[in-house]
Design a protein around this ligand. Sequence first.
Ligand SMILES: [Zn+2]
Length: 155
Amino acid sequence: MGKNEFLTPKAIANRIKAKGLQKLRWYCQMCQKQCRDENGFKCHCMSESHQRQMQVFGQNPTRIISGYSEEFESMFLEHMKRSHRFSRIAATVVYNEYISDRNHVHMNSTKWTTLTEFIKYLGKAGKLKVEETPKGWFITYIDNDSDSVQGEDEE
Ligand SMILES: [Zn+2]
C-alpha cells in the first residue's frame, strides 16, 4: 500500500466519483441522460433515442442560428449605413466589403443560404430599398433616422 495507491485507476475513479465528476463525464447533454460509465455512454450514443435526438438538434438548432442571423443583419446594415448611406450600390459590393472584416459573422451560420435570399429578406422587411437589375441586385439604405428623406421613395 502506501502513497502509490493514490495513483491507481481505482483510486482515481473513486476520487472522480467523490467529486461528482463522473456524472459530468458520462452525461449526454442533448438527451439529458446520465450514463454509469464509458461503456454505458457508448451504448447510449449508439441508441436509437440518441440518434433521433441528434437529428432533431441537427434540423433545428434554431436558437443559435437566429442569434447569428440577427447579428449578421445588424452588422450588414451598420456597414451599409456607415459606408453607403446615400448611394445605390450593388449588393455584392457591399457584401464583399462586409466580409473583408475578419470578425464578420459568416453567412453560413445564419438562416440565409445566399446573398440574394438575404437581400430579398431585407427588402421585404423594409430595411433596404432593393432592386433586381440585369447587373444583379442593387440596394439603397433607408434612412429611418432623419425626416428629410421621407417622401423620397413615394411614386
Ligand atoms: Zn444522448
